[in-house]
Design a protein around this ligand. Structure first.
Ligand SMILES: O[C@H]1[C@H](O)[C@@H](O)[C@H](O)[C@@H](O)[C@H]1O
Length: 578
């Protein structure tokens, strides 16, 4: 299609027109003087290859990504956005650190609480309390973010982190420690939802996916640091108290910074504070003209109005209805919750939380060091995911990761069988005591399991916001996040009991079976979404999971992006509406 021609429909890969439902889908043409020349060249290039059957340059206006494309098409990322992303991702770090230190703390607490050794049940309660708190807070955080603002929620989570940390550091009784873990969990739950949401609302579309993975990098980095410090403080008297106390530093930094930082433009528009919304946008997009900023605010207003209901509870109710009754939304929900459930039910966190205990049991004296290697692998392969999530594609890395995890779990299950461990009461009975070759097999395959996990299912579910259209994104991601914490709660509160009742070999075989079923789920239900416009994702999910169509479209987008990056764009701010 020639540049400048106006169009009112977008076609999917199969050449079908997308529904033109006046409320949700209005399209407009984006053009700029220099820009349109380049665009024409770009279109010609694609046409030459006979691959430009769909109109990639037509975007839905009622999605905030649209103006982000216009503004950032020719512009680098502003320092303001970098600062906001950096400060918001401290929540990711807190999530990682606070869930990470428990593994070594469980070992080094010794008899410090009530003068008694912790039982397996007690360990499970201390671990699960944070997941329970996170589950409760995660369910409420989506609505609270709309009522009181993202920034207020982050500040509130900081208060929860502080109260939780102080309660734990000063704990001499088991129940005070458990209460501290629960309160800290409220902070973790809020942070786990708000931080990616905040980042996605301020991030320019072109780098949104990567910025989301940065949050995951902070998260896994936080876990790694917690393990490292845990190992260092293992033999220090009251070392675990120092470990918990240190978590106050990042949270105080985040709280202080956020006192001086704004909320997202979208929230200001929701509250009718258009002045403030423009001010934040102007700082985020330094080179943008007033016209573009005005346009962006207008679009955010359209977006806000597109959620029916005069009062907030009414809007929330309508969002929930919209989420469950529209087929594309329901499929998005199945995928979002499905992936988060798979992430937890394939057992990774049981290793995160109890790896120290497991490695001690199979004969490793320096179990903390092995735990560091495991969480280090998680961090390094999250970095690999950062580079490959768009290049190789989300679906592909999932379908590499899950079978890899299945094989590693099966081999661990076999190795545990030969080591012959039985958990009886509070002690583990090992048939072949000491360090054995089966012990090495377990370590090697747990490390491989960590690598395959981090590459795929550890990272991809947090891309959840791209599954949902803007008007149901808050509730959709809230339910998916709650699924994550519910799964985490179930696994962390039953893992040691499973080891006791169905043996470690049975437990790992159980996770292997779930990983195998999960592979089948992803194969049939998870389309390739890399490089797709959000609106295209909705089209893909309209009448099925459309795996084949998604793969064809994703391939085409990849080629287009590659071609586009070879073209030189010069800054332009002109917008001509069709
Ligand atoms: O994506 C993260 C990451 O994989 C962490 O290592 C894990 O502990 C979390 O539960 C998960 O949500």
């Amino acid at each position: 299609m020639a540049s400048g021609e106006s169009t009112s429909s977008l076609q999917d890969s199969a050449g079908n027109s997308m529904p033109k439902d006046g409320e949700d889908m209005q399209y407009k043409r984006i053009e700029g003087l220099t820009h349109s020349t380049s665009v024409a060249r770009f279109e010609e290039e694609i046409d030459d290859k006979g691959e430009n059957k769909d109109n990639v340059l037509i975007k839905p206006v009622n999605d905030e990504d649209d103006t982000s494309v216009m503004i950032t098409f020719n512009q680098g990322i502003s320092p303001f956005i970098i600062v906001l992303t950096f400060v918001a991702s401290i929540s990711g770090f807190m999530f990682g650190y606070d869930t990470g230190y428990i593994s070594s703390a469980l070992i080094s607490i010794g008899k410090d609480l009530d003068n008694k050794e912790l039982t397996y049940g007690g360990k499970e309660i201390l671990t699960a309390a944070t997941s329970l708190g996170a589950l409760i807070a995660g369910l409420l955080a989506g609505v609270a973010a709309d009522l009181y603002g993202r920034k207020t929620c982050i500040l509130f989570s900081n208060v929860m982190f502080c109260i939780g940390a102080i309660l734990q550091t000063a704990a001499f009784s088991f129940w005070q420690m458990a209460a501290g873990r629960l309160v800290m969990g409220f902070g973790v739950g809020i942070g786990s939802l708000i931080s990616p949401l905040f980042i996605s609302e301020i991030a320019p579309k072109m780098i949104r996916g990567r910025l989301t993975v940065i949050n995951s990098l902070w998260l896994t980095g936080g876990q790694l640091i917690a393990y490292g410090l845990g190992a260092g403080l293992n033999h220090v008297h009251n070392g675990w108290r120092i470990l918990v106390g240190l978590s106050l530093i990042p949270t105080v930094i985040q709280f202080t910074c956020f006192l001086f930082l704004p909320d997202t433009p979208r929230y200001y528009v929701m509250k009718g504070n258009l002045e403030k919304a423009s001010e934040v946008l102007r700082k985020s997009y330094r080179d943008a003209s007033d016209e573009i900023i005005e346009q962006k605010v207008k679009e955010l207003m359209e977006l806000n109005n597109s959620i029916p209901g005069k009062t907030v509870p009414r809007k929330v109710w309508n969002m929930l209805r919209e989420l469950h009754t529209k087929p594309a939304n329901l499929r998005a929900l199945i995928i979002g919750c499905g992936l988060q459930g798979i992430q937890q039910f394939t057992g990774w966190n049981s290793l995160m939380y109890f790896s120290g205990t497991i490695f001690e049991t199979v004969g490793f004296k320096n179990s903390s060091a092995v735990s560091i290697v495991v969480s280090g692998t998680n961090f390094v392969f999250t970095l690999v995911a950062f580079f490959s999530i768009d290049k190789i594609g989300r679906r592909r890395i999932l379908l590499i990761g899950l079978p890899g995890m299945t094989i590693a779990l099966v081999i661990c299950s076999i190795a545990f069988h030969f080591i012959g461990i039985k958990f009886v009461g509070n002690t583990a009975e090992v048939t072949h005591t000491g360090f054995s070759s089966w012990g090495i097999v377990i370590i090697v395959f747990i490390i491989l399991f960590a690598a395959f996990y981090a590459l795929g299912i550890g990272t991809v579910p947090w891309q959840q916001s791209e599954l949902f259209p803007q008007n149901v994104r808050g509730v959709g991601t809230s339910l998916a996040t709650a699924t994550n914490w519910a799964g985490c709660l179930v696994i962390s509160s039953t893992f040691l009991t499973m080891l006791q009742n169905i043996t470690p070999s049975g437990t790992f075989a159980f996770f292997a079976a779930l990983a195998c079923v999960s592979t089948v789920f992803c194969y049939f239900c998870y389309p390739e979404l890399s490089g797709l416009e959000l609106e295209e994702i909705q089209t893909i999910l309209q009448d099925g999971f459309n795996i084949k169509e998604s793969q064809i479209l994703a391939k085409k987008r990849k080629q287009q992006i590659a071609t586009m990056s070879q073209l030189k764009f010069e800054p332009t701010h002109e917008i001509v509406e069709a």
